[in-house]
Design a protein around this ligand. Structure first.
Ligand code: GLU
Length: 304
């Protein structure tokens, strides 16, 4: 596949393309990001790499990190995990309370906020020091000791996260949160504050393009069967109420974050990370979605 040629075309067209999206301000620390940032990195399972723009600059993963927390929780809990969180698309915004009440505190899937809070609760129950052990898990399987949290971002979210507090309180009332609410929320804010460059992010997610075993470190992060299921959840639930749109236009399992990042995985081929901070109305990177649509159309390399 001639990714080099496609990357040159992207470089010529996308950075200057008009972008009606907006940088989110509900987490104050994210509001100060330069909206013009634009980076991409594609890493193949055979260790070929293609980069452009600000691909070596760290950004806030936000909801993208939920996939990594899910990976560890699924590894530890096996099928029991699904007693506490579903695997169905939500069709509602990422922080919706309505559906959660209707479904008696069992979140639709692990990638909306409520679901990720349940995953954090599982990790708080299972691990002695979840903040440290989760970070070590990611650093270890990816072979990258430079991955870290951004405490300023975590603190900033903590100050303004009334809605996440509402979600977790509602689930506690329904009996689906086992630990202290403050401890689980703190771990969640840390998780979302995880930072990576596009290059690091694409490399971390390669295990999902390689049946659960990281092609670089050769570490089995998760079994092939579990990797299949996580990719399925990303495809159906990775973009909140725009998951159908992403599947329709891009055709890859993926996950977005309000930091402006998107990760997408082509099983047996590559993992690709894009960062462009302006978000569309559904909270997904406007240009990030467009560029991935362009790439999978031009290379005819989607899962469909
Ligand atoms: N930390 C963010 C929140 O809870 C994550 C949302 C996202 O990236 O979609 O609101």
């Amino acid at each position: 596949m001639n990714y080099k040629k496609i990357f040159t075309e992207i470089e010529n067209e996308f950075p200057k393309m008009e972008d009606p999206g907006r940088v989110p301000s509900y987490i104050p620390e994210l509001g100060s990001i330069d909206p013009e940032k634009f980076g991409i990195h594609l890493a193949t399972v055979t260790n070929r790499n293609y980069s452009l723009g600000d691909s070596d600059e760290k950004f806030s993963l936000q909801s993208i990190a939920k996939v990594l927390a899910l990976t560890l929780a699924f590894k530890l809990e096996d099928e029991n995990l699904w007693n506490r969180v579903g695997v169905e698309p939500s069709g509602t915004p990422f922080n919706s309370l309505v559906q959660l009440d209707f479904e008696k505190g069992v979140p639709r899937n692990p990638l909306i906020n409520a679901g990720a809070l349940v995953i954090c609760d599982v990790l708080v129950s299972r691990l002695k020091n979840p903040r440290h052990e989760f970070l070590e898990f990611v650093r270890n399987f990816s072979g990258n000791p430079n991955i870290d949290y951004n405490m300023k971002v975590a603190e900033s979210e903590k100050q303004t996260s009334h809605r996440n507090a509402a979600l977790i309180n509602l689930m506690k009332d329904y009996g689906n949160i086992k630990n202290d609410i403050g401890i689980v929320l703190d771990f969640y804010f840390n998780l979302c504050s995880l930072e990576m460059t596009c290059k690091e992010l694409a490399h971390v997610f390669l295990f999902l393009a390689a049946h659960g075993t990281h092609p670089k470190t050769k570490i089995e992060v998760i079994s092939g069967s579990k990797a299949k299921r996580i990719n399925a959840i990303m495809l159906l639930c990775g973009f909140y109420d725009e998951a159908g749109e992403f599947s329709f236009k891009v055709g890859l399992p993926g996950k977005s974050g309000v930091g402006g990042g998107i990760i997408a995985v082509h099983p047996e081929q590559y993992s690709i990370a894009v960062w462009s901070p302006r978000l569309n109305k559904k909270g997904n990177s406007y240009k990030g979605m467009k560029v991935l649509e362009f790439l999978t159309d031009r290379t005819q390399s989607s899962i469909f």
